[in-house]
Every structure is written in structure tokens, then in C-alpha cells.
Ligand binder design. Structure first.
Ligand code: GLY
Length: 763
């Protein structure tokens, strides 16, 4: 077969075929939508990398410190990565194997410079593709000419001295050295793009193809090449990927087909056991790493093969993926073999493999779900440009990433004047409104940071969130506020759920116990405000307070203390009984008589009038009763949440974009201010409510929530790095007090991110 391949190569230099690790239509889409937040982040990083590459000198094989035994500096030479001087020998020769431990002497040879070159060519070519800036193409061309083409600096087209072991075999390389050039595969994908530039001429293309023709001939016919093709492990797969890539680069579909036809029997079935394990990788000290590495190369093969319309069936490969995926998200101790380093890094590589398999297969939704759970989403990473298809939620989180980093800068500055304060909103003069930790909004900022961590799994956000959360710990004894659910359950409850660290749990429990001191047995409710004269109210309970019951339910589950749950249920039952009008709308404040628990009056504080419909109040009710159903499964709570949803969604004053006016009875409508915060809370609540509702109702709730999210995302976001880093414009805090009207507010942002996350996870 080898000879036939060789003849066909020589005959087929004329045309270049499709040959890319990347889907061309995906790249075209990414280029056309470069302004979208995920893509903008990735392109910005790419351009930064390309600008760095512009400044660097062109690497070549002439720069190595140690020449091969041939004496020809044009001969590529490298050291076997895991071989080290023998400490028992005076001259250290021959070197001995320490599997999994890289020898830094590698740098004296060509291996690292080859990587630098291929990486820079790839970066520059992609940067040229996405920006059309010719300087990038010129530099990429210069690098290619220096490494491959210029007589004075070119590498000879073979790897005879690759991965030699000092003191062994007279300085000749080993078959394993052929894997050194694996990065040519990605580089040639980039060259395919570069061929469209002015800088990379037809002559360059012809010469580079001629170089690869010779290189391929050497790979096919040399002893090292033949031996490499016979390896039972990842080496023969990497060898095949290179052959396929070079074949496609030459436009030789016939050769490509021979490789792809034999790949399942020669490689997949030989290397992947029926249980999906890869026995030839499992004896290594980096057994997980090498299993993943081989999987990645198999996927590269399939990706290239697909372009030649000869993709092998993926079933065997998916078994290998399934075998590794069992250990995703677990500690290294769960892996029954060795992995002496880089467990986290390899887990991330596996996520990318699963994503690419999902793209290739189009069927394995379970892979995509695993990726959602475990992939660290640093959107600036090139993976998100080259392979990833961002969702609406990803785009919003990528935009939030930019905004919140800006907000962190603003907060740092503000705290130089008011240490220990938390961001809440934007003042009328445009400055950042910071509040003390006792403010009901103090938990939303750490809550936002936890939302970022939950979505991106990026430890950067976890670290920020941890620091901000502990700022609030003194609130656990703050009996003067009924808002401990907002203030404490959001940051500490989320931290407990995401990290499992007991210290967070303890704070949640203490905060709940503190909240119970506001519970009155006669009224059967938690008292909202402690302020206000007896004429105004004697025992005020506001609809907002439904939200704080989550803290009690959660602490009851954590401790087994039924009293906490009973108080929450009592409060919810009383609210259900007394806060609602027959049409399903709610009052803001119910004033109870603490002597006998009877209702004195029903009024408003933040709405337009006692009988009006304050939008955020409806939102708190909808979200609150849905949450109560989550913990209790009492149908009365579910039905109440559905009644609120029904009223809210059917009211005649709801604008087309579904972002409500601050009060739905304001005669100034349609000139009245909106309340984006109410919309965000409702969207988040509807996603959860949908999970408990019959299919037709559920579909309506999800559709409505999706439309709210789409409106917020398209028309309620500030320009990046403006508005003190808040995510949403147009919320209304306290209209009657002329406070926080049509401004960004932290709780709108918090429930917006929660809704975005739920839009994906509560389907
Ligand atoms: N809980 C206070 C408000 O919604 O404004």
C-alpha cells in the first residue's frame, strides 16, 4: 500500500483539496459575526497574540545549540522528551527514561522552535483571515519561507534525527520522533486560509507543496516512518493524521480514501478495547493524558476525513470518549490508572474533544451537556472561535464578563472612599451607588460573581466571589432585616452548593435562625419592616418577603429543623390568603394586627397606589410561590404561581417587548418608566415554573421567558465599559420616593444572569 500511496502522491501535486481541522462554514460565520461578544473576545485575544508574533524573529533550524551527528544544521534534531542523563554514569550516557517528566534540555534542539513556528503561522494566518490585515499574512509567509523554503535556513524534509537519545543508536532519531511534526497539521489548515492572501504567492504554495511531497515520501518510506506506522499506540494514529493531512493538502482524494478506509480496522479497533479503554496508553504515568491525546488525534483524523467525504463511523471512537468521560469532573483519585500531573488540563482537553465529537456526530447531546457542566468558558480562548457555537446565554455571559470586570475596577475605586461597601445602582449624577452590608441589595454583587463562576467554571470568578461573599458574614446575626434571604442565601447558599465547603453552610444556617426571630406566631408571618409609625402599619408584610423564605427552606433541609420549614410555609400560606386580589394581582403591603393576626389594611409603599399593580411585586410573588413549590410540592403554591403568571402575561398594559412598566396602572403609560428588574425576575421564575407545569403551559412560560431574555439582550444592555459596569439599563427602584428611576440596579443583573443560566439548564 505504501508504494501505491507514494506513486499517487507524486502524480497528484496539481490541486489542493479541502484540508482543515476547522469547518470552513463555521469560520465564515465567525468572521461575519465578529462583533458578537463571544467571538469579539476570542478575536481580540487572537489579534493580541498575532501582534506579539509580528515582533518575534522567525525561528529556524539554524538556531539550535546542538547539531545532529550528520553535521548538517538543516537537519531537524530533537531530544526524546522523557529521557534524562543517567545519574549513575559520569557522563550521564546513555540517557534513561523517566516517563512523563520532560527534560528542559529540549530547548537546545529544534523541537520547541518548531512549535513556536507552527503556532505563530497559525495565529498570524487566522488573524489575517479575521481582520484582513495584510501585515499578518506577510509575517506568516516570512515564517514559512524561513522554516521550509529559503535555501539558507530551510529544514531538510525529514525527521531522521528527531527524538534521539544521547548515547544510543549513534545519534540517530527514533520512530517516535515523527510525532514532533504533528503541529504541521493545524499549520496547514492555517496555510489553506493564507493561500487567499496577497502575501503568500502561488510560488510559495508550489514550493511548500513540493517540500511536503518530499517530507511525505520520507515519512512513507524511511525506516522510522515504517516503524512508526506499526506502533500499537497513539503514535500510529498521529502518523495517519499527518499522512491524511498532507494527502489532502496535495489534493489527493484517492490516497485520503485509502487512509480513511483502513483507519477503523488498523487503528480504532486495534487500540480501543470493547470497554472503551485504550490499553496501550494505560500503562503510562500519564495514562489519562495519553488516552485523551490519542482520542484528540482520532477526532482530528475524522474531522479531516469528513472533508474528504470519507468519515469513518464514530461508534468505536465514542466508546473511547465514553470511557474517559466517566471521570470528568472527578478527582484524579477516581481514575484507576496513573496520571502524575495535569489532571485539570486534560479534563479540559477532554471537554473540547467531546464538543468536537458532538459537532461531528450531531447526535450525542449528552456530550454537549457534559461540556456545559465542565468546560471552563474563557471566551477569549481560541477554541471558542474555531469550534464553539455560542448560545444566546453564552453571548450574554461573554458581554457580562467584560462589564463585570469593569465594575470590579469601579468598585475598587469607590471603596477607597467607602471601604467595605457594595455596588447597588447608578446615582442620578452617573456615579456608582455603593451601600453598606446591611442594605437589602448587598448580596447581589457576590451573587453575580457566583453566577459568572457557575456558567463559566472559570476559577477567576470563584476567587472574586469568595472574597465578596465573606464581606457579608456579619449579616448572619443581623436581626433588623427581613431580607436575609437576598443578602445571605444568594451568596452563601450558592457558595455552599457550588463548593460544598461547610463554612458557607454554617452561615446559611445561622442567618436562617436569625431570620426566625422576626417570625410572629399570632400573625404567622415574618415581619418585614421594623420602621414606620403604628398609624402607617403595625406589622407590615410585603410581597417581596416571599423571596426570603428560600433561606428558611434551605436551612431546614440542611439541619432537619422542621420549625424553619413550618415558619416558611405559614408565611407563604398567609401571603396566599391575604395578599392577592381575585384577578391574581397582588398588593404590595399587608398590615397585620399583631394582637390577633387579623388584616388591618392592604396598601402600597413602592407602587403607584394601593390598588395599582406594582410590577416588581408581581415578579416577587411569581418567583416566590414557584420556589415554595420546589421545597414543598404543595399544589396551592404552584397554582398561585400560575395564577400570577396568567394575570401578568395577559394584562393589557404589557408592552410588546414584555419588559413591564414599573407600575402597570401608571396613567403615564406608554411614557412611564420600565422596570427591567421585574422582567428579569419574571423570566427566571417562569423557567422554573415551566418545569412544574403541564406541557402546553410550560411551552408558553418558556417562550415568554425566552422573549424577555431576547428583549433584555437586544435593547437593554449598555455599551461595554459604561454605566459603572452594570448589565441592564432601565430598572425602577422606588418611584414614589423619586429614587432609582430608569437606572441599572444590581438585582436586575443578578436575576438576568440567573434567567440566562436557567434558559439552558431548565429545559
Ligand atoms: N424588596 C425591595 C424592592 O423590590 O424594591
Amino acid at each position: 500500500m505504501r508504494l501505491i500511496l507514494l506513486m499517487q502522491f507524486v502524480m497528484c501535486l496539481a490541486t489542493a483539496g479541502a484540508q482543515s481541522l476547522w469547518d470552513p462554514s463555521h469560520l465564515a460565520y465567525a468572521k461575519a459575526h465578529a462583533q458578537q461578544p463571544v467571538l469579539a473576545a476570542a478575536i481580540s485575544r487572537l489579534v493580541g497574540d498575532a501582534d506579539q508574533a509580528l515582533l518575534a524573529a522567525a525561528p529556524s533550524v539554524m538556531q539550535k545549540q546542538t547539531t545532529a551527528v550528520s553535521g548538517d544544521r538543516h537537519d531537524y534534531t530533537s531530544l526524546s522528551r522523557y529521557f534524562w542523563p543517567d545519574p549513575t554514569k559520569p557522563d550521564g550516557l546513555p540517557y534513561v527514561n523517566r516517563d512523563g517528566l520532560s527534560n528542559p534540555e529540549l530547548d537546545k534542539y529544534d523541537r520547541n522552535r518548531l512549535s513556536e513556528m507552527t503556532s505563530a503561522v497559525t495565529t498570524l494566518s487566522l488573524a489575517w483571515y479575521f481582520t484582513d490585515r495584510e501585515a499578518y499574512a506577510q509575517k506568516a509567509t516570512e515564517l514559512l519561507r524561513t522554516w521550509f523554503l529559503n535555501r539558507a535556513t530551510r529544514m531538510n524534509p525529514h525527521l531522521r534525527y528527531a527524538q534521539m537519545v544521547p548515547g544510543v543508536n549513534g545519534g540517530l532519531g527514533r520512530c517516535y520522533g515523527l510525532i514532533d511534526s504533528y503541529s504541521f497539521v493545524e499549520m496547514l489548515s492555517a496555510v489553506k486560509l493564507l493561500e487567499q492572501s496577497k502575501a503568500f504567492t502561488r510560488r510559495d504554495a508550489q514550493q511548500l507543496k513540493a517540500w511536503f511531497a518530499q517530507f511525505l515520501q520520507w515519512m512513507l518510506t524511511s525506516e522510522q516512518g515504517i516503524e512508526e506506522s506499526r506502533q500499537a499506540n497513539n503514535h500510529s494514529v498521529a502518523y495517519d493524521v499527518q499522512l491524511l493531512s498532507y494527502a489532502l493538502y496535495m489534493g489527493n482524494q484517492q490516497v485520503a480514501r485509502q487512509l480513511t478506509d483502513s483507519f477503523p480496522s488498523r487503528r480504532l479497533q486495534q487500540q480501543i478495547a470493547p470497554d472503551g479503554s485504550q490499553p496501550y496508553e494505560l500503562w503510562r504515568t500519564l495514562a489519562f493524558g495519553y488516552s485523551e491525546y490519542n482520542l484528540q488525534h482520532c477526532i482530528d483524523f475524522c474531522q479531516l476525513a469528513r472533508q474528504a467525504s470519507t468519515m469513518p463511523t464514530l461508534a468505536t471512537l465514542e466508546k473511547a470518549a465514553d470511557y474517559l468521560a466517566q471521570y470528568l469532573g472527578k478527582d484524579v483519585q477516581a481514575w484507576p490508572h496513573q496520571q502524575i500531573s495535569d489532571w485539570e488540563g486534560k479534563q479540559q482537553e477532554l471537554c473540547r474533544d467531546l464538543y468536537r465529537l458532538w459537532l461531528l456526530d450531531g447526535q450525542r447531546e449528552d456530550y454537549r451537556r457534559l461540556v456545559d457542566q465542565h468546560l471552563v468558558k474563557q471566551f477569549a480562548d481560541r477554541f471558542f472561535l474555531l469550534y464553539y457555537r455560542p448560545t444566546v446565554a453564552d453571548q450574554a455571559f461573554a458581554a457580562a464578563d467584560v462589564q463585570l470586570r469593569f465594575q470590579m475596577e469601579q468598585v475598587r475605586t469607590a471603596r477607597t472612599k467607602t471601604p467595605g461597601t457594595m455596588p447597588r445602582s447608578v446615582n442620578a449624577d452617573g456615579t456608582l451607588r455603593m451601600v453598606g452590608i446591611g442594605d437589602w441589595c448587598s448580596g447581589f454583587y457576590p451573587g453575580l460573581l457566583w453566577q459568572m463562576y457557575q456558567w463559566t467554571h472559570d476559577d477567576f470568578w470563584r476567587r472574586q466571589a469568595v472574597g465578596e461573599t465573606w464581606h457579608l458574614q456579619d449579616n448572619q446575626w443581623n436581626a433588623s432585616s427581613h431580607d436575609l434571604g437576598f443578602m445571605m442565601h444568594i451568596p452563601f447558599g450558592t457558595a455552599w452548593r457550588l463548593t460544598g465547603e461547610r463554612s458557607y453552610r454554617d452561615v446559611v444556617v445561622q442567618a436562617a435562625r436569625t431570620l426566625t426571630t422576626r417570625f410572629d406566631e399570632r400573625v404567622g408571618c415574618i415581619r418585614s419592616w421594623s420602621w414606620g409609625t403604628p398609624e402607617r402599619w403595625r406589622f407590615a408584610v410585603i410581597i417581596d418577603n416571599m423571596m426570603n423564605l428560600e433561606l428558611l427552606f434551605e436551612a431546614s433541609l440542611l439541619t432537619g429543623d422542621q420549625r424553619l420549614r413550618q415558619m416558611a410555609e405559614s408565611h407563604a400560606d398567609k401571603t396566599l390568603q391575604n395578599h392577592f386580589r381575585p384577578d391574581g394581582s397582588s398588593y404590595h403591603v399587608v398590615d397585620y394586627n399583631p394582637d390577633d393576626g387579623s388584616v388591618i389594611k392592604r396598601i402600597t409603599h413602592q407602587g403607584l397606589a394601593d390598588e395599582s399593580v406594582w410590577s416588581r411585586g408581581q415578579a416577587w410573588g411569581l418567583y416566590g410561590f414557584t420556589m415554595c413549590y420546589r421545597y414543598t410540592r404543595h399544589s396551592s403554591y404552584l397554582e398561585q404561581a400560575q395564577r400570577i403568571a396568567d394575570f401578568f402575561l395577559n394584562q393589557h398594559n404589557l408592552p410588546a417587548d414584555l419588559i413591564p412598566y414599573w407600575d402597570m396602572r401608571d396613567p403615564a403609560i406608554p411614557q412611564a418608566p420600565r422596570d427591567a428588574s421585574a422582567a428579569a425576575i419574571i423570566a427566571s421564575g417562569l423557567y422554573e415554573l415551566a418545569t412544574y407545569s403541564a406541557p402546553s403551559l410550560a411551552a408558553r412560560y418558556r417562550d415568554t421567558a425566552d422573549r424577555i431574555i431576547a428583549s433584555l439582550e437586544s435593547a437593554y444592555q449598555p455599551q461595554p465599559r459604561t454605566m459603572q459596569g452594570f448589565l441592564l439599563l432601565h430598572s425602577t427602584g422606588n418611584y414614589p420616593a423619586h429614587d432609582e428611576i430608569d437606572v441599572p440596579i444590581s438585582y436586575a443583573d443578578y436575576y438576568y444572569l440567573e434567567a440566562l443560566r436557567r434558559s439552558q439548564t431548565m429545559r
